[in-house]
Write a protein that binds this ligand. Structure first.
Ligand code: HDE
Length: 686
């Protein structure tokens, strides 16, 4: 039997399982019913505490131990359950059960930022983690990826340096959750291998609109191994069905103040309203022959393989359909390990991946307190798990019976499990040879060509955003040598970019950095690298903010709400008072947000459905004026009614209305609804 809290209790006729009012009885950890949870035991009403009070001591002791160390990176995360469904038969490539056509595998996916601590804001400019645990029939497979397909460094030995440089400086303990500081750019500018990643992190990829609208990548080259033992190289891609979308930097800054939980709330709300986010799993598969002739080393995690060269083959889908029951038990305690692979999936010699395979297991022991973190339900496999590993902190299941070793002669009933050469995991028997050397392969030496390719693959507005982001970040660096060193690298990526950033900083261009190898200038532009070229096809899953006040036209509000419902989008009514407003037909509309708490930055588009009287009321409120100026500045599509004029005037945008603004009460409704999937009117210079 379980209680309402899902605590297992043994229904052995215990006398007081419910209170007189029908609640489950509160007990100590040892199951003793508690009579008073409001006052501790004292000697006399106003006297000192008595040590006898075991309930008080147990409660406070437990509270004192509630925290565990946060993850050293990716501390802030948010996760959801779901399933992976394989849509293609991949038995020619891999024997993994997870890749049998039609197989549905339960999953747990955790998204995260990297640098910030657990309490940092969601929309910090940062890489996002995208880690999925597949509870396959053959054991757990963890695909621990990011929303960017390349990484900063080529060898795992540099990871502590990279992270130390990105995290708050050791002397002052700031800045938090940002890379806009000297230490970060000092390290980066001294590590030319990071230049391709620099282009990605300075693009809008690091300020996603939501976890739902970003891609995921396994980053490294992995192996697929089929039943005959044949190996094929593979790179994993998650493609959001919802299309790609990011916020703009000025929005990000403001969202972090208005709603530091913007991304987690978004995922929670989407799942709770039944709008389950979905990604396609794509594979780039290639053989040794391709690897040999490819311009770059497939073991170098600072490089992509362009989709135009090796197409991404869609093989399955991931659907997130259930939020967690308890954040700590699941999201916090989930322990991803890159070394968790299943038969049919294997590693390559990528020197970053090899290092990760040590780090993840090690870090879980520190974080979760011992070797038995695999017994925690969120980490336990959902297939049989039998071995002779035993004891240790918090052991939940030790081997039963007399035999805790093998070989033994206790027989199949009592003798415990045995290895299975036919079905057990087999590492790919790759031939290796060579001297033991601590060195970097020459094939890793081209640091600029793909950075240039990324830059050239962006739309104009995206290129401008990269230049602006670099200018912003470097202007937060006080050390002139750091700024200049970065500019010297940018010259090897693209002169226009270097010039734009130098101009933004008010600096002369320095000499180009000395490249380890000459930059190739002829890499083909790859449309897959742009966010704007891969935006959504519709407005599904997005949010429209409707600003109303007393006298707003009821028909227009209703028409918008209906249209959004049909589009699978959400509407949030924003009003001067959270109690709502009285509409033109005398009906009352509830508000989702009071204007102070519902700035336009929280919505993908806005509609100002206002009567003149309502607009006058709002014109006196600074947050209402910001609502309008921000929506304009961030390139949002704006629906409006004639009555909105007084507000538009004081917000200073009256003369600036453009064809991204639609008069909803004058034939503009259709145009507005058609424009929404484009998400922004980019030529407004957002
Ligand atoms: Fe991680 N990384 N990482 N990382 N990483 C961790 O493991 C590490 C790297 C990634 O939601 C840690 O459980 C090293 C690349 C994600 O719980 C730690 C290196 C990629 C998560 C660790 C890398 C990632 C982590 C910290 C360089 C993308 C969060 C807590 C060789 C492919 C997983 C933990 C979650 C977490 C080490 C580089 C992704 C310390 C040594 C490249 C998504 O083990």
């Amino acid at each position: 039997m379980t209680t309402k809290n899902d605590l297992p209790i043994d229904d052995n006729g215990a006398p007081h399982q419910t209170t007189e009012e029908g609640y489950d009885t509160l007990t100590t950890q040892h199951g003793v019913a508690v009579s008073d949870d409001q006052n501790h035991l004292k000697a006399g009403e106003r006297g000192p505490m008595l040590m006898d009070d075991f309930h008080f001591r147990e409660k406070i002791f437990h509270f004192d131990h509630e925290r565990i160390p946060e993850r050293v990176v990716h501390a802030r995360g948010f996760a959801a359950h779901g399933f992976f469904e394989c849509l293609e038969d991949l038995s020619d490539l891999t024997r993994a059960a997870v890749f049998k056509k039609g197989e549905k595998t339960p999953t747990f996916t955790r998204f995260s930022t990297v640098a910030g601590n657990k309490g940092s804001p969601d929309v910090a400019r940062d890489v996002r983690g995208f880690a999925t645990k597949f509870y396959t029939k053959e054991g757990n497979w963890d695909l621990v990826g990011n929303n960017i397909p390349v990484f900063f460094i080529q060898d795992a030995i540099k990871f502590p340096d990279l992270i130390h440089a990105a995290k708050p400086a050791p002397d002052r303990g700031f800045p938090q959750a940002q890379t806009a500081h000297d230490n970060f750019w000092d390290f980066i500018s001294l590590s030319p291998e990071s230049m391709n990643m620099v282009m990605w992190i300075m693009s809008d990829r690091t300020i996603p609109r939501s976890f739902r609208f970003m891609e995921g990548f396994g980053v490294h080259t992995f192996r697929l191994i089929n039943a005959e033992g044949k190996s094929t190289f593979v790179k994993f891609h998650w493609k959001p069905k919802q299309g790609l979308q990011s916020v703009v930097w000025n929005e990000a800054l403001k969202i972090n103040g208005a709603d530091p939980d913007f991304h987690r709330r978004d995922l929670w709300d989407a799942i709770q309203t039944g709008d389950y986010p979905e990604w396609e799993l794509g594979l780039q598969v290639f053989d040794e022959e391709f690897a040999e002739k490819f311009d770059f080393d497939v073991l170098d995690a600072t490089k992509i393989i362009p989709e135009e060269e090796v197409p991404v083959r869609i093989v399955g889908r991931l659907v997130l359909d259930k939020v967690v029951d308890n954040f700590f038990a699941e999201t916090e305690q989930v322990a991803f390990c890159t070394n968790n692979v299943v038969p049919g999936i294997g590693f390559s010699n990528d020197p970053l991946l090899q290092g990760r395979n040590f780090s993840y297991l090690d870090t879980q022991v520190k974080r979760l307190g011992g070797p038995n973190f695999t017994h925690i339900p969120i980490n336990a496999p959902q297939c049989p798990m039998r071995n002779f590993q035993q004891d240790g902190h918090m052991a939940m299941h030790n081997p039963k019976g007399r035999a805790n070793y093998e070989p033994n002669s206790w027989g199949t009933e009592e003798g415990g499990p045995r290895e299975d050469p036919a079905n057990g995991y087999r590492h790919y028997p790759e031939e290796v040879s060579g001297q033991k050397v601590a060195t970097r392969s020459e094939t890793f030496a081209d640091h600029y060509s793909q950075a240039r390719q990324f830059y050239l693959s962006q739309t104009d507005i995206e290129q401008t955003h990269i230049a602006n982001a670099l200018t912003f970040e470097l202007s937060k660096c006080q050390e002139m040598r750091v700024r200049k060193r970065m500019l010297s690298h940018l010259r090897n990526i693209h002169e226009d970019l270097a010039e734009a950033v130098a101009d933004g900083l008010g600096l002369e261009l320095p000499e180009p950095a000395k490249a380890a190898r000459e930059t190739k200038t002829d890499l083909k532009v790859s449309d897959a690298l742009s966010i704007i070229k891969n935006g959504p096809k519709n407005f599904k899953g997005r949010k429209l903010g409707i600003l109303v006040a007393d006298g707003s036209d009821a028909g227009t509000v209703k028409a918008l709400q209906d249209a959004m419902e049909e589009a699978g989008a959400l509407t949030v009514v924003v009003a001067p008072k959270v109690g709502g407003a009285k509409l033109s037909d005398g009906s009352h509309i509830e508000a989702g947000e009071k204007i102070d708490g519902g700035p336009s930055i929280l919505y993908d588009a806005v509609a100002l459905v206002l009567s003149e009287e309502g607009a006058n009321t709002l014109a006196d409120l600074p947050p209402a004026r910001d609502f309008v100026t921000d929506a304009m500045a961030h390139g949002k599509f704006i629906g409006l009614t004639e009555g909105a004029e007084p507000l538009l005037k004081v917000a200073g945008v009256m003369g600036k209305l453009d064809d991204g603004c639609f008069r909803l009460d004058d034939g503009g409704m259709d145009g507005f609804l058609e424009a929404l999937p484009k998400l922004r009117k980019w030529d407004r210079d957002a």
